[in-house]
Every structure is written in C-alpha cells, then in structure tokens.
Design a binder for this molecule. Structure first.
Ligand SMILES: NC(=O)c1ccc[n+]([C@@H]2O[C@H](COP(=O)([O-])OP(=O)(O)OC[C@H]3O[C@@H](n4cnc5c(N)ncnc54)[C@H](O)[C@@H]3O)[C@@H](O)[C@H]2O)c1
Ligand SMILES: O=C(O)CC[C@@H](O)C(=O)O
Length: 528
C-alpha cells in the first residue's frame, strides 16, 4: 500500500527525512498552490503537510476524498478548519515545541529593536542620512514587560526579559500566584497587566476569546507611551484600534511579526514610523524549521504505521506510559462495540463503558473512542474512526458515559460496555487473560468464555431439552460447522443463551430459519 503525501508549504528538507526514509510513502512537494489548484490537487492525497500559509478550509477538507491526516509544522492551527477535519475523521497533528525557542528569541529581538528604533535608524542610514537625533530609544532595564499568555513562548520570553533586568508581570488563565512567584514574576488580571506595563507582548493563540483582545478599550487602560509586540497571531490586536492609538500618541511603538491578513504587500500600519515589522518570521530559523518538520513528519510516519501519534490536536494526547498500558485493549474495546451494535436494531440512546480493575487508574478515553467506533461501524462503516467517533455519537444524540472502579470483580482488568435503547439495555464484558488473549466473559447477565474473533452466533432460547440439538442439526444441514459452543441459563427451564463460534458467516435467511426453530427466541450473527 502506498500513501500519498502532499507538502503544500516549504518544509526543511532535513526535517522531512523521516518521511523519505519510511516505506510506502510517496511525497509530492507543491508549494504556492492557488486555492483552486489546492482544491483540485488534494483529491488523491492521504496526508497534507503545511506551515501557516496554506489555508486548510472546510472546502479543501471536503474536496479531499482520501485525506487521513493533516500535519502542521508549527504551533498555531488557526489555518486549519479543525471542526471540519474532526467531522471527516481526519486527524490533525502539530509540532508544538519545535519553534518555541526561535519564536521567543524573535520576540526579544523585536522588543530590543523597538526600544532602540534599530530598523528606523538603519533605513535612515541606508537613505544616506547620518541622523543621531531622531532615534533616541529607551532602556529595557527596570521597565515593566507585560506578558499576555504565559504558555511555552510567553514563559521563555518572560525568563529572557528578566535577563534584561526587566520587571515582568503576566496574565494567563492557567497562571497561579504561586507559579508566578516561583518564576520570579508578577501576576495579575489582563487589566492589571495592561495598566502596569511599559512594553506589552502577546503570546496567546488566536481564539474566539482572544480575537481583538487588544482593542480600543484595552489601549485606553494602558500607560501613555506604551509599546506593543505581537509575535503570536494577527487578529489578537485590533489593527484599526492600534493605528488610532499610535496616531493619537497613546502607543509609542509597535513591533509586529503577524497580521490580520497574511500575506500582504502594503499595510496602513507600515506607513507609520513607530511601527517595525517582519513577515511572520518568528519560527524562521534553520533549527526551528528542521525541528518542526521532523516532529510532524515523524507523526505522519507513526500514523501510517498504525502507531500512536505524539502531538494530536483534535484527539486528547496520551503519554507513552499510559499508551503502553491501554494499547493492548484497543482491539478488545472496539470488538465489544461491534458486538453490542449487533444486539439490537433499535436506536441507541446511551453508551456506558465501565473500566474495572487496573485500567481504572489510566486515562482510558482512547479505549472509549474505540468502543464507540465499534458501535457506530455497523451503520457508518469506514466513515467512523478514532477521530470522529465521539463527534458522530453526539451528532446522533447518543450520550457516552465513562465510569471507573478499581475493583475488578476477580479480573485484573475488565471492560463492560453497555448500550441503552428506548426498550432494552444490552451489556457485554471483556478482558485480557494472561497468556490467553482477549475473552468475552459476560453477555447481558450470562457468564461466558468466548474468544472475540471470527463468526459468532448469539442465540436466546428456552432452557428445554432438544433446543441445542435443533440448532446443531439445522446448522449441519446448512453445512455450517460449529467450532465452539457455550451455554448459560438464568434458571432451570427459564431463559438461556448459546454462544457459538462457527466457521462460516451465516446469511440472513439462515438466521431466519434458526429463529423459527421451536424454543428459539432470538438469533444474532456477529462478525468480529
Ligand atoms: N510568529 C511565529 O512565527 C510564531 C511561532 C510560534 C508560535 N506562534 C504563536 O505564538 C502563540 C503562542 O504559542 P505557544 O507555543 O506559546 O502556545 P501555548 O499553547 O504554549 O501558550 C498559549 C498560552 O496562551 C494562554 N491563553 C489562552 N487564552 C488566553 C487569554 N485570553 N489571555 C491570556 N492568555 C491566554 C494559554 O493559557 C496558554 O498558556 C500562538 O498563537 C502560536 O501560534 C507564532
Ligand atoms: O510556519 C511558520 O513559519 C509559522 C509558524 C508559527 O506561526 C506557529 O504557529 O508555529
């Protein structure tokens, strides 16, 4: 099998080495595609790798009939329609750590250049002027740097600013006073930061909540003569408001690496001498580009090898240690779901999955997704996968609940999956037995011991002499060999079940013939 990878933005050649090394991957590099070309070209590709330039819109995702993974060589995924990717079962991976250092260094370079008006002075010199009066800067020492967004990059910038002997005050929804104290920085609300800072640097993602976070109202709270740096994302600062604040003299200077609309060739802000700018170069170093490309390429290779990806954006990430514990249960979890989906033809309203024993100590959301995937597969086939299973369940108004208990009822680990319909509840439990592999150990209230593999028949019948014989005879007449059989009953002469493993898949007509036998209530064929 060959998977086709489209690299649509320039990536470091050294960085894509993992892709070049892997078997079964064919790489096409086509950068600077127009929107129309991308919509046309994307059709045959299994993977798409981009940086920040290519806009991976819903339209692109819907035009891509084979796409399975989108890799973003960098942090921000605001150029990718994540909802559309999730709905279409496409996993999005990024490279969150590879460019942190470069982006932090760029921010500090911008801060210093802004304070000392270096770009303006250089331009003047290039224009043949020796002007020592117009470019009087300010020192950073003892000035206050306000950091909005103290994540990976914000924290690095804060640490470096302290090296410049600046006072740092930060706001981040995850920042506590204790953590700020440990970092040796001040802590406050956005308002406190805006009020206290001589320089303000933004390091949040662009989200609904952060769009125009720095607007007219925010500028009004700032010190007169404040200077602003944005090396995060265009759109976090309202550019019209910034223009007004510079012209009015409220803001003495701005250093911008990112803009609301990129790319552009001219921009009103660049007509102002107080503004210095770079064309989104925060991550543009040899080291960062190699690092993000390696990270994202490695995840694409892992994905096509069926291994866990390290930096999923639209799936919760699972640590290596947890993955090692839960990965052996993936197949069983999915099979429990497939089993349950065959137990009823009614609409499923609720799915309850209970993890008992040691499994209860781990993050088992990936197992839950596998069970939900198994349940939905009956009607959705390959349209459902790990990425969209929960989303599709929600779309179909199926509530998914996860429960945990450390008591394993005699099993080291036990997964019990349950589906609830308007009329019935069905339950199936499975485990992994040391040295023996997966087993289904309970179906509804009946204890069984069945290997979840191949073709199974689940038959509900009356506990009467002859019922089992009649099933055996009919299957023999149809030339269907029984490999294994388990029986269980609630009470003598009451309801009972048979679980058969058979060598061939049964047809619907054969199920109907079995159902017509005396004392047989219900027959379900389950292919695992
Ligand atoms: N210019 C570039 O080339 C370049 C390079 C790398 C990253 N970036 C951008 O830099 C930004 C930060 O990247 P990172 O790796 O540090 O991300 P991160 O996820 O590590 O940190 C983001 C931080 O912002 C905080 N945050 C979210 N909403 C907030 C709000 N309303 N107010 C204050 N803080 C808020 C989060 O809690 C988080 O701590 C992103 O926008 C990223 O896309 C730009
Ligand atoms: O692709 C780039 O160079 C920009 C990357 C940067 O904006 C990011 O969010 O990682």
């Amino acid at each position: 099998m060959t998977y086709h990878i489209l690299i649509a933005d320039p990536l470091s050649e050294e960085g894509i080495y993992p892709l070049r090394q892997a078997d079964g991957l064919e790489i096409t590099i086509a950068t600077d595609l127009s929107k129309e070309d991308l919509l046309e070209r994307i059709k045959g590709f299994d993977a798409l790798l981009v940086r920040s330039q290519t806009q991976v819109t819903r339209e692109v995702i819907e035009a891509a009939s084979n796409l399975k993974i989108i890799g973003r060589a960098g942090v921000g995924v605001d150029n990718i329609d994540l909802d559309a990717a999730t709905e279409h079962g496409i996993i999005v991976v990024n490279a969150p750590d590879g460019n942190t250092n470069s982006a932090a260094e760029h921010t500090i370079a911008m801060l210093t250049a802004l304070a000392r008006k270096i770009p303006q002075a250089f331009n003047s010199l290039k224009n043949g002027e020796w002007d020592r009066k117009s470019f009087i800067g300010v020192e950073l020492k003892n000035k206050t740097l306000g950091v909005i967004g103290l994540g990976r990059i914000g924290a690095e910038v804060a640490a470096r600013a302290k090296g410049q002997r600046m006072n740092v005050i930060a706001y981040d929804p995850f920042l506590t006073e204790e953590k700020a104290q440990k970092m040796g920085i001040g802590f406050g609300t956005v308002g406190d930061v805006l009020k206290a800072a001589d320089f303000i640097t933004i390091h949040t993602p662009l989200l609904k909540e952060t769009r125009h976070l720095i607007n007219e109202e925010a500028f009004a709270k700032m010190k007169d003569g404040v200077q602003i740096i944005n090396c995060a994302r265009g759109g976090i600062i309202d550019e019209d408001a910034l223009y007004g604040a510079i012209v009015s003299g409220k803001v003495a200077g701005a250093a911008l690496d990112v803009f609301e609309m990129e790319p552009f060739v001219d921009h009103p802000l660049l007509t102002l001498p107080e503004v210095i700018a770079t064309p989104h170069l925060g991550a543009s170093t040899v080291e960062a580009q190699e690092s993000v490309a390696v990270d994202v390429s490695q995840d694409v290779v892992n994905f096509f090898k069926g291994e866990a990806v390290r930096n999923p954006v639209n799936l919760p990430s699972v640590s290596k240690e947890v993955m090692a514990k839960i990965a052996p249960f993936f197949d069983l979890a999915e099979k429990l779901g497939i089993f349950l989906s065959r137990m009823t033809d009614e609409a499923i309203e609720e799915v309850n999955i209970k993890y008992a024993g040691e499994l209860a100590n781990y993050d088992v959301r990936a197992l839950t997704r596998n069970t939900v995937k198994g349940i939905l597969k009956r009607n959705l086939g390959n349209h459902v996968n790990d990425v969209n299973a929960k989303f599709l369940a929600e779309r179909f108004d199926i509530k998914v609940n996860e429960h945990k208990t450390t008591t394993g009822k005699g099993f080291l680990h036990l997964i019990t999956a349950e589906i609830v319909t308007a009329k019935f509840t069905h339950r199936v439990a499975g485990t992994l037995l040391n040295g023996l592999g997966a087993r289904i150990v309970k179906v509804d209230d009946y204890v069984v011991d069945v290997v979840p593999e191949g073709h199974l028949l689940f038959i509900k019948h009356k506990d009467q002499p002859g019922a089992i014989g009649r099933v055996g005879t009919l299957l023999a007449q149809k030339d269907i060999n029984i490999a294994t059989m388990q029986v269980g009953r609630s009470t003598v002469g009451g309801d009972a079940i048979m679980m058969l493993t058979i060598d061939n898949r049964v047809e619907q007509t054969e199920i109907e013939d079995l159902t017509e036998l005396e004392d047989i209530y219900e027959v379900k064929a389950i292919d695992l």
